[in-house]
Design a protein around this ligand. Structure first.
Ligand code: FE
Length: 191
């Protein structure tokens, strides 16, 4: 409860030219409104945290994520940041292997589906398996986009667009900093 807000409301009512009886009614009503607003906010935050807890297998406190990840990884994976285009280590990386989540090691994309989209971020036309990533509708920056997060830890990876090449027509536009790479012989990779 923010006591300063309550005090401000009470001080405000003392400036009104009302009888003491009405002043008391106004004060009580304003106090009740403030209590309701804060109770509602706390309840929404609690529900949000509980939903996140239920959704992902790997669950860590923000303190633990900060200890594990670099500042840039934390900014992108946990705070939905975006690395600058044409700066990521995997943007022009075409070795055979598997791209994994830098947060939890979940295998996400394979090299055979990577292509040069010219957009400045590593791009894939499909995930290794649909169950590996989760789609979330993202309304940030005045746009409607489909955000992609790791299905195991909830780490932000990037977005998927419908302007990719065949056979899917999709473009998974992923931050390099959200990924690690496991080199593998191309013959051992899933076709
Ligand atoms: Fe992950």
């Amino acid at each position: 409860m923010n006591i300063e807000v309550v005090k401000t409301f009470i001080q405000f009512t003392s400036y009104l030219n009302l009888s003491n009886h009405f002043k008391m009614i106004v004060k009580l009503n304003l106090f009740a409104i403030v209590v309701l607003i804060f109770t509602s906010c706390n309840s929404n935050q609690k529900n949000k945290n509980e939903n996140m807890k239920d959704t992902f297998e790997v669950n860590k406190s923000e303190e633990d994520w900060k200890k594990q990840l670099s500042a840039e990884q934390y900014s992108v994976l946990r705070e939905k940041g975006t690395e600058r285009p044409f700066t990521g280590k995997f943007e022009e990386h075409y070795e055979p292997g598997i791209y994994t989540c830098a947060g939890c090691g979940n295998e996400l994309f394979q090299s055979a589906t990577k292509f040069d989209a010219g957009c400045g971020w590593p791009s894939f036309y499909e995930a290794l398996d649909k169950s590996k990533v989760k789609e979330i509708t993202d309304y940030s920056h005045g746009m409607k986009r489909t955000e992609i997060v790791c299905a195991k830890c909830g780490g932000h990876l990037g977005h998927v667009f419908d302007d990719g090449p065949k056979p899917t027509g999709l473009r998974y536009c992923i931050n390099s900093v959200s990924l690690d790479f496991k080199k593998k012989d191309s013959s051992s990779l899933k076709k």
